[in-house]
Design a protein around this ligand. Structure first.
Ligand code: PLP
Length: 378
């Protein structure tokens, strides 16, 4: 069976975890956390990168830093993971969904302005599959209407938009290191802060509402409770695991891009025969091979194809059920405008096996099975 995902392991994970144990420092913010943060800051150019216990928690931190209040509105696509919405719903906000673009599955930047009301506080673009949203337009709208931009860049590490790293473009950026992402620490994530003036507040929220981070840096001689906060810092054991991958991030990225390109080349004739559609990467966007998806005719064809692939030993999976159709989406959100693409395109989308370590012959085999299903010749 060719798995859909295998969590990344680059080789030095056990060694680094042992080092953390040997240093008698397994709680958060030790040397591995610092190495990872510094690497992220250098890689993305963000003012500050803080490791978190998940991207979900990074989004929660962003909602707290943005001071989202009950009744505020936040604009996002409905084609996303639940956490994108949950973080704001926890603060009492109303989620306003707008339709996506069928080419990238990202929020349609041209539909955002119409969804803005006097209660709107933030736009939350989700960079699906590590392919950027139209950030120039989104940031321009945000500037004109005095809104914050909080990027859900969970899938976006090593990807960029016009030379800027995803997550480091808006006011806040949220990254995931879940085991399904390109770089992992089991469960974990990071928040990027664009404004250096927000660093202290973010450190306090992340450390249970205390100024412990300042204390550890020797800037104060005892720490105390200064604000409302929670515990959003991951253990050094997780950071040590992550460091082993960030250290060889280029190698992992190159591997994934090679897989992605092989799929694209092998499947282009099938797309030209009109059987499937391949993903689009707009000009100016550099992606990271997070995902290779195809689109088929409809939900029925996709179900048949998933079953067929499974019988042939290939684990391919669909993705998000649009949030506005879920019970909580109905309760906490509303869809502004018409759902032209969100539901229809989500029902056509199928993700093929993709992970660091996936081999060329396995990709060729997946392609072969796809051609066979459509009764075409590879
Ligand atoms: C994975 C993912 C998340 C959640 O990440 P966790 O680290 O598991 O909390 C949020 N948004 C998107 C778009 C994701 O892909």
């Amino acid at each position: 069976m060719i798995s859909f995902n295998v969590p990344p392991a680059a080789g030095n994970e056990i060694e680094y975890i042992s080092q953390a144990i040997g240093l008698h420092k397994i709680c958060g913010d030790g040397i591995f956390t610092r190495r990872c943060s510094k690497w992220l800051e250098e890689q993305t150019g963000t003012a500050k990168a803080l490791l978190t216990t998940s991207c979900t928690h990074a989004l929660e931190m962003a909602a707290l830093l943005a001071d989202i209040q009950p009744g505020d509105e936040v604009i996002m696509p409905a084609y996303t993971f639940v956490s994108t919405a949950d973080a704001f719903v926890l603060r009492g906000a109303k989620v306003v969904f707008v339709d996506i673009r069928p080419d990238t599955m990202n929020i349609d930047e041209n539909l955002i302005e119409d969804a803005i009301t006097e209660r709107t506080r933030a736009i939350v673009p989700v960079h699906y599959a590590g392919v950027s949203c139209e950030m120039d337009r989104i940031c321009q709208i945000a500037r004109e209407h005095h809104l914050l931009v909080i990027e859900d860049a969970a899938q976006g590490l090593m990807a960029s938009y016009k030379g800027q790293a995803l997550g480091a473009i808006g006011d806040y950026g949220c990254i995931s290191f879940h085991e399904t992402k390109n770089y992992s620490m089991g469960e974990g994530g990071a928040i990027y802060l664009k404004d250096p003036a927000k660093i202290e507040e973010a450190e306090i929220i992340r450390e249970k509402g205390t100024n412990r981070s300042k204390f550890f840096r020797g800037q104060i001689d005892k720490y105390t409770w200064v604000d409302a906060g929670s515990s959003y810092l991951p253990s050094e054991l997780n950071a040590a695991y992550l460091w082993a991958q960030l250290e060889v991030a280029d190698e992992i990225n190159t591997w994934r891009l090679r897989c992605w390109e092989q799929y694209r080349q092998l499947l282009t004739p099938l797309a030209e025969q009109g059987r499937i559609q391949l993903p689009t990467v707009p000009e100016g966007c550099v992606h990271n091979g997070h995902m290779f998806y195809i689109k088929v005719k409809d939900l029925e064809e996709r179900s048949l194809l998933i079953r067929y692939l499974d019988q042939q030993g290939v684990n391919a999976v669909f993705h998000y059920i649009p949030l506005h159709t879920a019970p909580a989406g109905l309760q906490y959100g509303r869809f502004h405008g018409e759902d032209v693409y969100t539901t229809r395109e989500s029902e056509r989308l199928l993700r093929l096996p993709m992970y660091y370590g996936l081999r060329e012959d396995q990709i060729s085999y997946v392609a072969e099975v796809l051609y066979h299903f459509f009764d075409e010749k590879l």
